[in-house]
Ligand binder design. Structure first.
Ligand code: FES
Length: 168
């Protein structure tokens, strides 16, 4: 049978997949495209190390199949910030020591980046465009919204410190 090519953009560049339909998005990104920033921690949806952003939403790339992403816009950690200019969230992680070994950090950053967009969307739908006047998430809510990303080093307090500034 003819193979069906799945086309998407990854970090703004066109990408195509026509391999084994059972291939995970994570393996496609890491092995086929060479984007090793997304990490394989557990490979079954428990740790969040593989978190990437698809059409503005964060997902676990290990639980998703590459063939499911026709037409999607995918952002990995390689698409956030540049070597010369960290994104504000990346800089906040540096400033607040939001990591130790760093293995979970790409997933944490992708997750936090999309999470803050989710919060902004909630503010807009709460009938205010004025972010300063919008209800602020509590620390508990921030922790809950980041709870899909595990850190074996236990840097959670510093990670939340890094994100607090964006939520207040
Ligand atoms: Fe995907 Fe752990 S590697 S959630």
């Amino acid at each position: 049978p003819d193979t069906i090519t799945t086309r998407m953009t990854v970090n703004g560049d066109d990408a195509a997949f026509d391999g084994d339909p059972r291939r995970s998005l994570l393996d496609f990104l890491r092995e086929d495209l060479g984007l090793k920033g997304s990490k394989k921690g557990c490979d079954h949806g428990q740790c969040g190390a593989c978190t990437v952003i698809v059409n503005g939403r964060r997902i676990n790339a290990c639980l998703s199949l590459a063939v499911m992403h026709d037409g999607d816009e995918i952002t990995t950690i390689e698409g956030i910030g540049t070597p010369d200019a960290l994104s504000p969230i990346q800089q906040a992680f540096v400033t607040h020591d939001g990591f130790q070994c760093g293995y979970c950090t790409p997933g944490q950053i992708c997750s936090a980046t999309a999470m803050l967009e989710e919060l902004k969307a909630n503010w807009s739908s709460a009938a205010t465009e004025d972010v300063a006047a919008a209800p602020q998430p509590s620390l508990e809510e921030l922790r809950e919204r980041m709870s899909g990303n595990l850190c074996r080093c236990g840097a959670y307090a510093n990670i939340i410190d890094a994100l607090k500034g964006f939520a207040q």
